[in-house]
Design a protein around this ligand. Structure first.
Ligand SMILES: Nc1ncnc2c1ncn2[C@@H]1O[C@H](COP(=O)(O)OP(=O)(O)OP(=O)(O)O)[C@@H](O)[C@H]1O
Ligand SMILES: [Mg+2]
Length: 302
């Protein structure tokens, strides 16, 4: 028995969202009308999704010993995600993403990666977190933490499955730079735009290219169209329910949680795609990335 079903490794951010009357120009001034704060980070949201679905989960990352760092740790603990693999440093700042949304809904983001970009494997309790069936990897802004992710793949047991959502940040690095992760990834979960950036191809051929690069299962998120899933032999397009989203923040992360839950339960490709779409559909009818993530008991409706 492994200690964990799934462990995440990616950036940890507090998302601070400000509604403003308008986005200020350089040297200008504008006013905040409303603000909210929530815990985020792609892998972090997915791991919380898996914890809600009843799996044993943990996380690898880094925060500073500040208000935001404590919020991030608390955000995990309240969802039963193990935090022993998260380094807490006395110096530096925890990751923060500030989003400014104007009255037309246009968003401007400022990212302060903080200590996310300074992860050294020597500060992580590896023996604790690497006892897992699945390690889920998402992006960092800086190269040092990317190198740590590559380093961890040399230490992880061959029994552990790797899942990888590159996000735009890593997709921009290109397939060649990502090869150390891609060739070890059992599952890869890009969206359509990221796959195009990585392979220069549309989603069917793009997914094929990842299979050729050694990935066993590719799940491509297609927004309102749903998803496309393939293992190189079978492939299936799973349509999403027609609905009007309230807030699509974290839709892809929720989708990953549903999909990976299915994968860990030994479901077939189509069922995994359906579970992904279902978790995402719950996420986008609520504000925020984590609010709508479903509980295991809600899957019975499927
Ligand atoms: N308008 C929509 N209607 C129905 N389902 C949707 C809609 N938008 C997103 N989804 C669901 O959410 C999933 C993930 O969305 P999307 O393809 O936008 O991922 P993403 O770009 O990785 O998202 P993120 O912005 O969170 O990274 C889709 O596969 C689909 O199931
Ligand atoms: Mg995404």
């Amino acid at each position: 028995m492994t200690k964990f079903d799934a462990v995440g490794f990616g950036a940890l951010n507090v998302d601070k969202l400000f509604s403003v009357d308008r986005i200020a120009e350089r040297g200008g001034e504008s006013f905040v009308t409303y603000s909210t704060e929530s815990c985020g980070g792609s892998a972090a949201n997915t791991i919380v999704g898996l914890a809600r679905l009843g799996l044993k989960t943990g996380f690898i990352g880094k925060v500073a010993d500040d208000r935001e760092g404590n919020l991030l740790l608390q955000g995990f603990r309240s969802e039963n995600v193990d935090t022993e693999g998260i380094a807490v440093t006395k110096t530096g700042r925890s990751g923060v993403v500030m989003g400014f949304v104007d009255q037309q809904g246009e968003r401007t983001l400022y990212v302060d990666a903080g200590v996310n970009d300074e992860i050294d494997l020597s500060e992580i309790k590896l023996n604790h977190v690497l006892d897992t069936r699945l390690l889920h990897i998402t992006s960092f802004a800086g190269d040092r933490s990317f190198e740590s992710q590559v380093g961890i793949l040399e230490k992880v047991s061959t029994q552990t499955r790797i899942s990888f959502d590159p996000g735009m940040l890593y997709a921009r690095k290109g397939l060649a730079a990502l090869r150390p992760i891609v060739q070890r990834a059992f599952v890869m979960l890009p969206n359509q735009a990221e796959l195009r950036l990585l392979t220069g191809k549309e989603y069917k051929e793009g997914a094929e290219a990842l299979v050729d690069a050694g990935v066993k299962i590719v799940g491509v998120k297609l927004g309102e169209k749903g998803c496309y899933v393939t293992d190189g032999e079978e492939n299936t397009l799973v349509a999403a329910a027609r609905m009007k989203p309230l807030d699509t923040t974290g839709a892809g992360d929720a989708w990953n949680a549903g999909f990976l839950y299915g994968f860990l339960q030994g479901k077939n490709l189509e069922q995994c795609g359906m579970l992904g779409n279902f978790a995402a559909s719950r996420c986008i009818v609520k504000m925020g990335a984590r609010t709508g993530l479903p509980l295991e008991s809600e899957l019975k409706q499927l």
